[in-house]
Design a protein around this ligand. Sequence first.
Ligand SMILES: Cc1ncc(COP(=O)(O)O)c(C=O)c1O
Length: 477
Amino acid sequence: MNATPHYQRIAAELQARLDAGEFVPGSRLPAVRRLAEHYGVNTLTALAAYRLLEQRQSVVARPRAGFYAALPRRAAHPEQSAPLPAPAALVQVDSRVSHLLRLSGSRLALQLHMAEAATALYPTAELARRLQHTLLRQPELIGAYLAESEQTRLKREIARLAAGAELDLTPGDILMTQGITEAISLALRLLTRPGDTVAVETPVYFGLLQTLESLGLKALEIPCTPDAGLSLEALEFALRHGPAVRCLVTVPHFQNPTGALMPDDNKKRLLQLARRHGVTIIEDDVFGDLYFGPRRPTPLKAWDRDGEVIYCASFTKSFAPSFRLGWLAGGRHHAALARLRESSSLVSSSLLQVVLADMLAAGDYARTSQRLRQQLAQQMQATADAVLAAFPHGTRVRRPQGGLLLWVECPEGVDTTQLLEAALAQSISFAPGLLFSAEPRFRHCLRLNFGQPWSGQLADAITLLGRLATAQLAGQD
Ligand SMILES: Cc1ncc(COP(=O)(O)O)c(C=O)c1O
């Protein structure tokens, strides 16, 4: 005879299903009556199972609405016994990230930790020719800020490019920035004060965590999966029950690191949700031009009627990483952002802006970025195939529809921080999962860059990584 009370057995089973990720955090769980029917018990027993899980903070009860899967746990604070979602955490990631960034300057044979394509894939020779030509004709570009008329010419070209993504912008709506990093920093500086809470995706680009850290902000991490992108259920739950959120930073297109693409319907729902809760959205569209499908995805900003979305974009991934040319369209916050930029980097390089304007006007950007997209799409397939062939059974990969990053979810038990040490010894780098959250959440995951031309050396490196991961698991048996 089984001595464990029914309600405890049901709770244990539900806990296992929650742990296995069957229910998205923040999503609604089966109604008490349905749970009772499913297990052939009365509703009081089913309710007791939920109450037990509630005590353990695995589920959250909402009055008259039922039970919901809790958001991911945060590090335990003994003094804190509040129901989930727990207060957002102050971010501290800097040293971990600096360690990774230092790898870029090293002599590793295969660097798969970065988020740019290989130098050879960018139109460097064409850019060099244009730079020389422009400099010979207009040496004054070195000695002066860009003339107003030239700034407008560049912004007109950018507005034309944006129109292809269904954004209706005039040159006056556009502010140039140093990469997208400055655009996002400006937006955060404008919208927040130290100690405020910002909603971000989890896993999330570690550069954003660094920015939040430098501004003394707290991150409220909202689950984002490769298949479904940002969980709107979890976000809504957090906005209703969590701490006050000043703004949300989201990467709807080919999110870093998951590669997720937010469906258009979700974009519209997200805008409504943000409006209902008075949350400004900072849209990071750094990978938007690197789509593999027939058409560029449409930014959230295209449906923003209130000017509440601060749209940020950049040419750093799709054209020339070192030019550091980014831009934003700040909607109703635009004038304030333009003022803030005066105390930040003031202006961008005249020479580089003129070259960008010329390349946009001549159709060269459209041509070279199309070539880059085609190469990336092929490299993504080859990389994903190699990972699935080499990594331990149970490894999951969702092939992204754009960008240059592949998120690899190894079976629990693989520790990718340790795996990185072993890989570095073989002159291979990647980005370990631990970097993509302020919490120790993605230890079994890793991010690979597929921006390198496919080669035998690359295939061998991925086979080796897979072998190392398999050996790690076997060592635990
Ligand atoms: C999601 C995301 N946002 C922003 C950046 C930084 O972009 P930029 O080089 O334009 O500052 C990166 C770079 O990897 C990124 O992945």
